[in-house]
Write a protein that binds this ligand. Sequence first.
Ligand SMILES: NC(=O)c1ccc[n+]([C@@H]2O[C@H](COP(=O)([O-])OP(=O)(O)OC[C@H]3O[C@@H](n4cnc5c(N)ncnc54)[C@H](O)[C@@H]3O)[C@@H](O)[C@H]2O)c1
Ligand SMILES: [Zn+2]
Length: 360
Amino acid sequence: MLGELRVELAGGAAYPVSLVGPGAADVAGWVRAVAPAGRLIVVADSNVAPLYGRALSEALTAAGRESRLLVFEAGEASKSARVVASLWEGAFEGPVDRGDVVVGVGGGVAGDLAGFVAATLMRGVRFVAVATSTVAMSDAAIGGKTGINLPRGKNLVGAFHHPVGVGLWVSALTTLPERERRGGIAEVVKSAVIAGESEVAALEASSAALAAGEPEALAAAVAMAAGVKCAIVGRDPTEKGERALLNFGHTFGHAIEHASGYGEWTHGEAVAAGMMCALRYGVAQGLTPPDLVGRIERLLATQKLPTVPPSLSLSEWIEPITRDKKRSGSNVKLILCRRLGRCEIVPTPIDEFVAWLGTL
Ligand SMILES: NC(=O)c1ccc[n+]([C@@H]2O[C@H](COP(=O)([O-])OP(=O)(O)OC[C@H]3O[C@@H](n4cnc5c(N)ncnc54)[C@H](O)[C@@H]3O)[C@@H](O)[C@H]2O)c1
Ligand SMILES: [Zn+2]
């Protein structure tokens, strides 16, 4: 089902994206293979540490590798400079050198945070990502984007730091809260829209099983999205072009997350409603076929994902969007969909965009 997924980077560098598990000892075996030497610093949040992080660290130690666990409080609020500083300090509380490895275990927050710590600790140590949420498996763990939020916006500080391997610990999805699981399915739908008709049709065919959280349907869906991400990242590792398409739905989604104070809406829920905004805006511009709106809306609704944004004031929409990194001059770069498999970056005059937002 997953085949041999790899992210191929320029210059011949590559790293594997592998299904790992089911047990912690199995994951430890895979970590030892992708990072064959060095001490291991396992980073996990307060939910994932007792379920998987501690077991993984202990399994690594049992296999003869020096390993310790650093735990941070679960939640998006931990993607902060304060928590990064506490993880740097935690790393230096034991022996550490540049041959060591940071292993981030968990969702997208653990990956972004641990990856950023790996990118910056002693100017960079190796990083291994072990994904345990649908968001992390389908999107966040793959591609080397790491970083933290500032009070004024998401992901404003960070670094590109590719992992040496990405493990998708799919059996861990059994303990992922249902709402979090669904949120990741929004990223999967996003990947399918970017990829094309057959990917969307496959999700439609398995939508009931997916909504019920059936393990095989989930594994197939996250693997499909992981494959889409690997291919795009390989072609555009530092987001100079095509990779920006992966932000489909995110410009609107980030505004929703920002206005709701990060937490009210999960990232995936915000992206789901954000994709619907982008599709509807595309229809208003005569670019997106109207039937696509209904099709994606049905798919998202079957997954109990929101298809309309919350009621935001114009300034709540505009402020994060115009400050967004996807802005250039008096245009905002929106990712719009011409058809399945053909999303485009469309520079949109801010005035035009604001006028449309006013109709929401
Ligand atoms: N770097 C990237 O390219 C990229 C891409 C997409 C999203 N992201 C980031 O990812 C983050 C969202 O990721 P997320 O939704 O995984 O959030 P998250 O890491 O906060 O995980 C969601 C919740 O699920 C819990 N959890 C995770 N795995 C679990 C498991 N197997 N069992 C039980 N509980 C589990 C976590 O403790 C947390 O409470 C955002 O910060 C977003 O910016 C990054
Ligand atoms: Zn996302």
